[in-house]
Design a protein around this ligand. Structure first.
Ligand code: NDP
Ligand code: PMR
Length: 395
């Protein structure tokens, strides 16, 4: 769905990079004069007619063709060019905190892939993200068309894509009935797994084409999808079963809105989707790491009990959950700390190992964590991959 936005927001929507040569590109170089209506649906952004009399608004995007390393410094030291990281769901919570951490490092330009443009623009500004350090591009993971459109749109920005972070998610613990994506998939698995699956598959080509020294595809996982932990044993537990629901389209027909074909349970659907995220990361690693050198990784950033993820939970839960995690389980982390953790997985030279599920100990030191039996089942990973390919139209 194209996003309606006023032209006054265009400059930051299509903000220029801090570094690298900046030039106007075909559509992006269009100057808007009085009352001119520019249909920018190709970027998922549609401007409204404006009545300004003298403002010429320049929609810019940069073309960056900087090499991997510029052998510029007199000391002979090579400087890494600014990397570009796509982050889905960067309008709040972990995604926003990660975008901010990367943008503030001065080493990254962030493509904030979000369904709500205005919310994202406000959030980026409120977070104090430096102007020119980010570009907002519309992405609704609940629509495969939107995912394809997003891929076209980021390609038009003519920026390299060096890192992709699949972070967005929905959690519907109180839903009595399933809801569905535009393509008819149960929403939690549709957004958290299938939308990201198509996105990651499409952007793999762009990652391959990048000349950045450490290219990464990161899919955010969670402890609650891992039944080898206490948190993962809180009912309802993740369980993909024999994948019969996924095989039959996850569309509610024959009551198969759940991957295992069982009756709908919103909390379980979320946890199942996280298992798919972690299996998908490992399947990517097996299929593509050696050939491409891309690092595939997942992580559990800690319990960020204050984020919007719990927006659909009952008020009592939202009130008690943060102190419970802070003082009882001690699993709580702030959004800022979690953002720094994910930013490490994006850019730390020490975290280049592929096929890893990262976690952090109480001293905030990263370590390779163990996935549950189901979340590391290679046969299941292959089947989830193949069924997902069919559902998103790749096979
Ligand atoms: P938030 O709700 O704060 O962030 C979720 C993001 O996903 C939002 O930006 C939201 O956009 C976006 N989103 C939701 N639906 C769609 C859609 N259809 N298309 C595009 N974007 C969408 O939650 P968190 O920051 O907590 O969650 C981020 C990730 O962290 C998730 O993958 C979650 O599973 C994981 N995680 C979270 C933990 C926690 O304790 N919070 C623990 C472990 C993992 P909008 O702003 O428009 O709603
Ligand atoms: Mg959990 C060390 C114990 C621990 C940790 C790290 C978490 C993380 N949780 C733990 C324990 C418990 N939780 C226990 C003992 C209970 C029973 C009282 C419990 C309950 C609970 C609920 C009802 N926890 C929850 C919920 C949710 O609705 C959250 C959820 O499952 O979202 C999918 C949740 C979470 N607990 C966590 C984390 C990280 C979450 C939420 C986020 C996520 O996995 O993405």
């Amino acid at each position: 769905m194209a996003l309606q936005t006023a032209t006054s927001f265009l400059p930051s929507a299509l903000s220029a990079r801090k570094e690298g040569a900046v030039k106007d590109s075909a559509f992006l170089g269009v100057r808007l004069a009085d009352g001119l209506k520019l249909d920018t649906t190709s970027l998922g952004l549609r401007t409204k007619r404006v009545n300004t009399s003298s403002v010429a608004i320049r929609a810019q995007a940069s073309t960056v063709s900087a090499p991997t390393a510029t052998p510029a410094s007199p000391a002979g030291k090579k400087t890494l060019r600014t990397g570009t990281a796509v982050i889905t769901g960067a309008s709040s919570g972990l995604g926003l905190a990660t975008a901010k951490a990367l943008a503030e490092s001065g080493k990254w330009h962030v493509i904030m892939a979000c369904r709500d443009y205005l919310k994202t623009a406000r959030a980026a500004r409120a977070a104090g993200m430096p102007k020119g350090s980010y570009t907002i591009v519309h992405l609704d993971l609940a629509s495969l068309d939107s995912v394809r459109q997003f891929v076209n749109n980021v390609r038009q920005l003519d920026m390299p894509i060096d890192v992709v972070v699949c972070n967005a998610a929905v959690y519907q613990p109180t839903a009595k009935e399933p809801s569905f994506t535009a393509d008819g998939f149960e929403l939690s698995v549709g957004v958290n797994h299938l939308g990201h699956f198509l996105l990651a598959r499409e952007l793999l080509e762009d990652l391959k084409a990048s000349d950045y020294p450490s290219k990464r595809l990161i899919i955010v996982g969670s402890i609650t999808g891992n039944t080898n932990t206490l948190a993962g044993n809180v009912p309802p537990k993740a369980n993909l079963g024999d994948l019969r629901g996924l095989a039959s389209g996850l569309n509610g027909a024959g009551s198969a809105a759940m991957i295992d074909g069982a009756e709908f349970d919103g909390a379980k659907a979320y946890k199942d989707s996280k298992v798919c995220n972690m299996l998908t990361m490992q399947e990517f690693h097996r299929r593509y790491h050696e050939e491409t050198g891309i690092t595939f990784a997942s992580l559990y950033p800690g319990c960020i009990a204050t984020t919007g993820l719990f927006r659909e939970h009952i008020p009592l839960f939202r009130f008690l959950f943060p102190p419970f995690q802070k003082y009882i389980t001690k699993g709580y982390v702030s959004e800022e700390e979690a953002g720094k953790r994910l930013a490490q997985v994006v850019s730390e030279p020490s975290l280049t190992k592929s096929g890893v599920y990262w976690s952090w100990n109480n001293n905030s030191a990263s370590f390779e964590n163990q996935l549950s039996e189901e979340a590391s089942d290679t046969e299941k990973a292959r089947k989830v991959w193949e069924l997902s390919e069919k559902l998103v139209g790749l096979a």
